[in-house]
Design a protein around this ligand. Structure first.
Ligand code: SF4
Ligand code: SF3
Length: 543
């Protein structure tokens, strides 16, 4: 076996990718990612054992968050960049140790692997398979994958200047705990739930950072057509990168379009002032394989999801920044003031044809918590009069597997007195269907990115308050979540922590849950997979 990765929904055979990743990740990258996690566990052990105040180590915190983020599915395929992250983490670990000498160092704290050969040799023995007990392994992986999601949200918040020492301290606690052989299954089950608790906190932090800087998302009609000017396509989830790109392209004659998870940027008031911010091009991440071809202009990835570009003509137009990377693509780094120079992308755009039209018209979104709560009276009336019978939270990820057609069929088959609440790229399975509205309330309410799933929680909690209910599970809300990568894992853990029961998760349950761990979650929380659309709708409507 040359690698072992089961972190996403596409894990080979529903077990693990062990030769190369279905996502395109090779064994070298996968193993270096494992070593990076191990090095992070070493830093965490030093921080915890030396009782270091996380507020005193901002540079270490940044490296820890960005290193975890870089290991998320489809973020970084560049072995060089991951090797550099390992070196940076070890250097920080050793600098902390020099200031806070400790004895009885564990291997994660004391190992060194300067050369590539040493790294690959070490990586081969620290992967998840080195944990023999399958339940302990499963629980540790679950925590680490949740942490990756927390780190992604924490890194976005940090990019906007928001930091939570409470969340950061938990990141160190959980990293250290996942390398602690004394923890039992029960300890780790508790840690999984605690990870969900911190998932809620970090999502709230990011929500405040985004809305504090860019205003509350509002109902917006987003153009999905094109105009005849050179253009840049921006993908991923990072709004601060988008802001810099819009600043730098203003008055250059170059337009900016969003792809996939950047679509919800159009909902923010702050971005509406840019008259070159034209609309959204295309669909969810996996459709980039054809959509980047027809877009013609350069593409900027601010975060996941990158699909390895096969064509050189497309690869030459791809730029990465932040936690993303792809071999051969130009990576743009921030200067010491956080400024990113996107001039090379703008210059390239000017030499290339304008985007080819693939769709026309518009889609509507912007139903984040503030906007929905502003409409609360209307929504509550619709529920009280029976015009709305049930809400279906269908947030999460999209993916390329054929089985995900289920979500389009499910949305289409839902009765006309139901409303879909969505967030994340899962929405592309139904956000262009004509599902109509209920008394002016669209039947698909898009809160935003997967990062904005928090909005759906706030909306649910508000409805619980308005209806005077004790238990969130008494609301007329069903959860049919689609997952793919690790931000969806933290969203799931956050929902479980909040006590949401009977979530259906698909298109398949996570491969990283061992049979015993899966049973615990199924028994305790009623977690279920998906069946046929007809069966599932029946189950949901009878509940
Ligand atoms: Fe396989 Fe997913 Fe891991 Fe990629 S991220 S190697 S597809 S399990
Ligand atoms: Fe999508 Fe990658 Fe998860 Fe942000 S862009 S939801 S999969």
């Amino acid at each position: 076996m040359s690698m072992y990765c089961n972190q996403c929904q596409e894990a080979a055979r529903g077990v693990a990718c062990n030769v190369s990743g279905v996502c395109g990740k090779n064994a070298t990258v996968s193993n270096l990612q494992d070593l990076l996690i191990y090095a992070l566990q070493g830093v965490a052990e030093v921080v915890r054992r030396a009782d270091i105040d996380v507020n005193s180590i901002p540079e270490v915190n940044t490296v820890v968050l960005s290193s975890l983020f870089t290991t998320i599915t489809n973020a970084n395929f560049d072995d060089e960049s991951i090797a550099k992250s390992i070196d940076a983490v070890i250097a920080h670990r050793d600098a902390l140790l020099a200031q806070h000498p400790l004895s009885d160092l564990s291997d994660a704290v004391s190992f060194h692997a300067a050369s590539r050969a040493e790294k690959e040799e070490k990586a081969a023995v620290v992967g998840y398979l080195s944990i023999e007990d399958e339940d302990i392994r499963s629980l540790r992986i679950t925590v680490i994958l949740g942490l990756k999601g927390i780190a992604a949200y924490g890194a976005h918040a940090l990019h906007l200047g928001s930091f939570s020492d409470e969340v950061m301290s938990f990141v160190y606690e959980a990293l250290e705990s996942t390398n602690n052989d004394n923890l039992t299954v029960d300890d780790l089950v508790a840690l999984v739930l605690k990870t969900g608790e911190y998932g809620v906190k970090v999502m709230a932090l990011l929500d405040q950072a985004n809305t504090g800087k860019y205003g509350h998302p509002e109902i917006t009609e987003v153009n999905i057509g094109v105009r005849n000017r050179p253009a840049i396509l921006v993908s991923g989830h990072d709004l601060a990168d988008l802001e810099q790109l819009l600043e730098q392209t203003a008055a250059t004659g170059v337009d900016v379009y969003t792809h996939s998870e950047m679509l919800p940027a159009h909902y923010y008031p702050a971005f509406k002032k840019y008259d070159n911010f034209i609309g959204n091009y295309g669909n969810a991440w996996w459709k980039q394989v054809t959509e980047f071809d027809s877009f013609n202009g350069p593409i900027l990835f601010t975060t996941n999801c990158i699909v390895p570009p096969k064509k050189e003509s497309v690869r030459n137009r791809i730029f990465t920044t932040g936690a993303t990377g792809y071999p051969g693509c130009t990576h743009i780094v921030a200067d010491e003031n956080g400024h990113k120079d996107f001039q090379a992308i703008i210059d390239l755009a000017k030499t290339l044809p304008s985007p080819q039209e693939i769709e026309t018209g518009s889609i509507i979104g912007g139903f984040a918590h503030n906007q929905v709560i502003a409409l609360a009276d209307k929504v509550v009336d619709a529920v009280k009069t029976g015009a709305i019978k049930k809400f279906f939270v269908m947030a999460g990820c999209d993916g390329r597997m054929k089985s995900r057609e289920y979500y389009t069929d499910f949305a289409q088959a839902l009765p006309s007195d139901t409303v879909i609440l969505t967030a994340g790229c899962a929405k592309y399975r139904y956000n262009k269907l004509d599902l109509g509205d209920i008394g002016g309330i669209p039947r698909v309410l898009d809160a935003g990115q997967c990062n904005d799933s928090y909005s759906l929680v706030v909306i649910a909690l508000k409805l619980k308050e308005v209806f005077g209910l004790e238990d969130i599970n008494d609301l007329p809300i069903a959860f049919n979540i689609a997952w793919y990568e690790q931000k969806a894992v933290i969203v799931l853990l956050a929902l479980l922590y909040l006590g949401v029961k009977n979530i259906h998760l698909g298109p398949t349950l996570p491969a990283f849950l061992s049979p015993n761990v899966a049973n615990v979650i199924i028994e305790k929380f009623g977690l279920a997979g998906i069946n046929s659309v007809e069966e599932d709708i029946k189950v949901f409507l009878e509940a």
